[in-house]
Design a protein around this ligand. Sequence first.
Ligand code: ZN
Length: 428
Amino acid sequence: MPDTFRKTLFAILLASAGSAATAAPGTLAFVGARIIDGTGAAAIEDAVLVATDGRIVAVGPAASTPVPEGAQRIDVAGKTLIPGLINTHGHVGDVLGLEAGHYDRGNVLRQLGLYARYGVTTVNSLGDDEYEGFEVRNEQNPLYLDHARLLVAGPVLAPETVEQAVRAVNGVADQSVNYVKIRVDDNLGRTAKMAPEIVATIAQESEKRGIPLAVHTYTLADTKATLAAGADLIAHSVRDAEVDDEFMSAMKAADVCYVPTLTRELSTFVYESEPAFFSDPFFLRDADPEVIATLREPERQQRMRDNASAQHYKNNALPMALRNLKTLQDNGVKVAMGTDSGPATRFQGYFEHLEMSMMVEAGLTPMQVLQSATQVAADCLGLNYLGTLEPGKWADVLVLDRNPLEDIANTRSLSQVWIAGNPVPPAP
Ligand SMILES: [Zn+2]
């Protein structure tokens, strides 16, 4: 190596080593906010968060966390930062208005934009994903995201024989699904339950292919059985009986997460009259007026009041789900926020905030709920580069006007959403 070149190289290295106070290109500094980092640690008051190229590089009190010179300074004094919300059970792309069957690329992207504007920056779609959803998942470049990240499961598998089960799992595994999804319950007696040998085969094949298995269950007995067979994510609440020690020990031993989807229960009956959230400005800012008008129709409300399933979910299933959630959280089972939003009347983005309020109604603290929707959710989905506001993670940052530790409904005072350091644009 010629000497002059060596000297030049050394000078460059020296310059970069001495430039710690100068921002790298694409550096953001959020200055002056309270930071709730998602780990359950106490909030940091008057904090600074620095992100470079979409990743967090420093978080701490302003007194000890310098703002690099040249950084784009975002003044968030008096506000609160939390990590982007992660919905561990959603559905994307199929519904338009109140009608299913509209799956296409435009609808997938539209709904991922909607989730993002409400601060839901990652969505684990557990079923009914079609080709365009896989395409969007495969194309998402973390550096340029301005809509929610998408994980996909493909179709909900419903094989009728062991041979079909083997083929079905390997078919979706070949498309690199993030989850294999099955439904084992009987839909309150309306369909046949999935046979145990088919559940076992699906679990074994998923395991062989290294893909986690998410299960839709309803009863405690079915949930225990699928857990024993090898389920990796319990995608709904246990709704027929109180959870017991045997179940909780099995969940913890297998390190399996539990997704309450309380708003899924709510959606089955809440439109029997005018829901309180129809007058929440946060709901209305991105809601479709035609859909609201339809849900206000008296005949429609009457049908829901007369519907036996709806009344069962209201009077039995949801109260049990709320009780079980508190028991599970108190006993150290991992609870990951998830809503089952996406099907008609389960409003994507808004329902995640409603879910968090219902989790507090169940008896969790706002801090536990925030952790469930961020760090725990990321951990359950194996997304170790997301879920907290800590160095090394993607800068998925929500700016709230009010402190959600004082009232969880303050997550609705959302004024800015950033995904991997990119501002999420307003509604088109
Ligand atoms: Zn679902």
